[in-house]
Write a protein that binds this ligand. Structure first.
Ligand SMILES: Cc1ncc(COP(=O)(O)O)c(C=O)c1O
Length: 382
């Protein structure tokens, strides 16, 4: 594979590790390899690096350093938040969530259902938006928590998490948000947005795979999900992945610096792609909210076609895009997200997700538009 000629349009699935991030990580494999729990100098050097990274991650979301726990990624953070909250308040048997969550949220919640928890799905609009009034109206005396993702990984819709957080805090109910697609891309302030638990993953942010973090607001009870040597103040046992943590810290620092310029640039590129496609192709539906979306996400449903042959045509031209979430790729079932938003089964089969990143240029966008339009035109003739 010649990577130089690839136009990578799948940044919601994962991103390349930034060269500065890699450079920051490298010495922690071979030179500063100490265990941060050790009291000698090699260990304490690693510990300092871990604490610096914790501070950087905390700063990005206006949290305190002791409120950040390092995990192995978004999936673990979601599991830790949901299972940990349930175990710490086992009498509260009602959970509110949305049908458009990632499976890293839906599956632990289905697991809890097997043990007697009731999981209620909030309605979502055709744009994939949750209404905070619906959250308020459904809270009960025995509600354990509300889990609503910040940015959807397929259609890109951003939820009004500040309003949902306020509704939960007023009622004294915990609020968890999966911010895997938004951390470092969209401003987040856990204090102002009244968030109690928030999931982060480094590999969506030009950091390495297999490292993430969970923000746990001070005072929020959370039973640990991983037991062992008592690392992370007993909240997540296991020897810390120091190079990964350093990488996450560096990735968070860079993302925070670049966020204002990048989000504007990516929004402009996404608008450009949509305008080009919509002006030259009939029967194309843009999914998700038009107003409130993850920068650089374009999700389309193409009438009368399946997504797969279009993706293969793009791939043949060196353009990597996806049908939706990486996890459901290869599955013949239309996405649960589109289904929940009321998109018909037939239309959902023609789903294409194009997600741009730091290296995406206007030339990449125009080439993607041209190849996609040609592929759809050719396939429709068959
Ligand atoms: C919204 C969302 N939550 C959770 C995850 C899982 O994160 P990780 O791959 O770090 O386990 C993903 C990854 O695709 C995601 O998009």
């Amino acid at each position: 594979m010649d990577n130089n000629n690839i136009i990578y349009m799948d940044h919601a699935a994962t991103t390349p590790v930034d060269t500065d991030v890699l450079a920051a990580m490298m010495p922690f494999f071979t030179e500063y390899y100490g265990n941060p729990s050790a009291i000698h100098s090699v260990g304490s050097f690693a510990k300092t690096a871990v604490e610096n990274a914790r501070e950087t991650v905390a700063n990005v979301i206006n949290a305190q350093t002791q409120e950040i726990i390092f995990t192995s990624g978004g999936t673990e953070s979601d599991n830790a938040a949901l299972l940990g909250a349930a175990l710490s308040r086992p009498k509260r048997k009602h959970i509110l969530t949305t049908p458009i969550e990632h499976h890293a949220v839906l599956n632990p919640l289905h697991y809890l259902e097997e043990f007697g928890w009731e999981v209620e799905m909030l309605p979502v609009s055709h744009d994939g938006l949750v209404n905070s009034e619906d959250v308020k109206n459904r809270l009960r005396d025995n509600t354990l928590l509300v889990s609503v993702m910040h940015g959807n990984n397929e259609v890109g819709t951003l939820q009004p998490i500040g309003e949902i957080g306020a509704a939960c805090r007023d009622a004294g109910i915990l609020f968890h948000t999966d911010a895997v697609q938004t951390f470092g891309k969209v401003p987040i302030d856990v204090r102002a947005m009244k968030i109690d638990l928030l999931s982060i993953s480094a590999h969506k942010l030009y950091g390495p795979k297999g490292i993430g973090a969970l923000y746990v607001r001070r005072g929020v009870p959370l039973t640990p999900h991983m037991l062992g040597g008592g690392q992370e103040s007993g909240r997540r046992s296991g020897t810390l992945n120091v190079p990964g943590i350093v990488g996450l810290g560096k990735a968070a620092e860079l993302a925070q610096q670049l966020m204002p310029g990048e989000s504007k640039r990516l929004n402009e590129l996404a608008n450009c792609l949509v305008e080009e496609i919509e002006s030259r192709l009939q029967g194309v539906h843009l999914s998700g909210s038009q107003m409130s979306r993850v920068p650089g996400n374009v999700h389309l449903c193409i009438e009368g076609l399946e997504g797969e042959p279009i993706l293969l045509a793009l791939d043949a031209a060196g353009i990597c895009a996806s049908a939706g979430s990486a996890c459901s790729a290869g599955s013949t079932e239309p996405s649960h997200v589109l289904k929940s938003m009321g998109v018909s089964r037939d239309l959902a089969r023609g789903a294409i997700r194009i997600t741009m990143g730091r290296k995406t240029t206007i030339e990449d966008v125009m080439k993607t538009a041209n190849v996609l339009i040609q592929a759809v035109t050719d396939l429709r003739k068959l």
